[in-house]
Design a protein around this ligand. Structure first.
Ligand SMILES: *Cc1c(COP(=O)(O)O)cnc(C)c1O
Length: 412
């Protein structure tokens, strides 16, 4: 039997205890288990953004470009994140949003070998990922097409096809929380001469990601989920050093020019990952993201790994212990090494249960037809939070309060 005392013992052992205090406490008494949608706010994010507005915008304006680190921020933030995703220093860049970065990176990777224009992806990849690939294929022609696999076992056969040059996957499935074994898949792709593009949106900042160590070729990810960069935060991208200088970026923008302020009439790419910059960065959004990055700089990879595993295993065990008899069934992978950022479970009344939980101070998310997701953000939640959330869920189920008509309308 797991009890509250056990959860508190785990918290006392938590190497990221102090990190948690660097995030702002929300105004209401909620346990926030939706860090997979929008992560927690760093305590100093608001004052930092305000300072940029006042000192940078009100006072300095154009002179801000010289006075502050606005132009350097995109790659300085990349340096701060690199260890969390197992990337080398200087191989990660923050810019644009995830969708745009997917387009840039997929197009860049695609043009490296036009003789093999077919892109393998999952039929159930995140919608924007699939759309971007479809749109790119229409634009470039030349035999570009998507080959969609439905089951992991179809992967090897797909990669062995003659015209396949790219493998394009989400590290973690946003619904099922199933995690691909990045090391194994990269090895398989390498053996078939296929380049890999990973979307780490539902992985980075939660589970261990090791881009360089597993030999990934390219990756992108979201800034506002587990990375806590704020609503609409800039996204990041990664290019392995062996590919950084092989081609022009798909969007040859002036901020990726070898000499930005020369205003040269023709394009010449910067060296390295920085050629993937497009235009003027979002200075205000970057400041909020930087507040989070300054926290990530102090997070050790192994501490993050320990905590996410510990919280995930606790959540799974407590859901079964406390709520199994009320119809809760775990739907995310049982083997932690196959699990992504969130723990998912089904219940026949999931939509209404999720609504009732909200009223009881637990923020989770519902996915049709019957799954609730508990996003596990290791920097922002404690083991005791998990205990509280599951206790509230138990109450909602035991009393059947979720059946009340006011919970029938399910929000998104
Ligand atoms: C959240 C998410 C995105 C989001 O893309 P935006 O351009 O930021 O809206 C893309 N891909 C995956 C896999 C995601 O989880």
């Amino acid at each position: 039997m797991i009890d509250l005392a056990h959860c508190r013992t785990l918290d006392a052992r938590d190497p990221l205890r102090a990190v948690r205090d660097r995030f702002a406490r929300p105004a209401e008494d909620t346990v926030y288990l939706d860090g997979n949608s929008i992560g927690a706010m760093p305590a100093d994010a608001a004052s930092r953004v305000e300072r940029v507005m006042l000192e940078g915008w009100r006072d300095a304006r154009r002179r801000g470009w010289n006075r502050f680190d606005w132009l350097e921020k995109p790659w300085r933030m990349g340096e701060g994140l690199a260890h969390i995703v197992g990337a080398g220093q200087g191989d990660v860049l923050f810019c644009d949003n995830t969708t745009i970065n997917l387009y840039k990176i997929l197009g860049y990777a695609w043009q490296l070998d036009r003789s093999r224009p077919v892109i393998v992806t999952e039929a159930h990849n995140f919608p924007t990922d699939t759309y971007v690939a479809e749109g790119l294929a229409r634009l470039v022609g030349g035999g570009a097409a998507l080959l969609r696999i439905h089951e992991p076992r179809e992967l090897d056969g797909a990669l062995s096809r003659r015209k396949v040059g790219l493998l394009y996957l989400s590290h973690v499935d946003y619904r099922s929380s199933r995690r691909w074994n990045m090391a194994k898949i990269n090895e398989l792709a390498r053996a078939r001469g296929v380049l890999t593009v990973w979307d780490c949106s539902h992985a980075a900042g939660a589970i261990p990601v090791d881009l360089a160590g597993t030999g990934a070729d390219f990756a992108v990810g979201c800034g506002y989920k587990y990375l806590c960069g704020g609503p609409g935060a800039p996204a990041w991208l990664y290019v392995h050093p062996r590919h950084q200088d092989r081609a022009w970026p798909v969007i040859a923008g002036w901020m990726g020019h070898a000499d930005v302020f020369a205003f040269a009439p023709t394009y010449e790419p910067l060296r390295g990952v920085r050629r993937q910059q497009t235009g003027t960065p979002s200075i205000l959004a970057n400041e909020a993201m930087s507040a989070a990055i300054d926290i990530w700089r102090d997070v050790k990879r192994e501490d993050l790994a320990w905590k996410h595993r510990s919280l995930s295993e606790l959540t799974t065990a407590l859901l079964e212990q406390e709520c199994g008899k009320f119809g809760v069934r775990i739907t995310s992978p049982r083997d932690y090494d196959e699990q992504g950022g969130h723990v998912g479970f089904s219940h026949p009344g999931a939509g209404s249960v999720c609504e009732a939980l909200l009223e009881h101070g637990v923020v989770s998310s519902f996915r049709k037809p019957d799954v609730i997701r508990f996003g596990i953000s290791p920097v922002a939640i404690s083991h005791e939070d998990v205990w509280v959330a599951v206790s509230r869920l138990r109450h909602v189920l035991e009393t059947e309060i979720w059946r009340e008509p006011r919970f029938a309308k399910v929000s998104v």
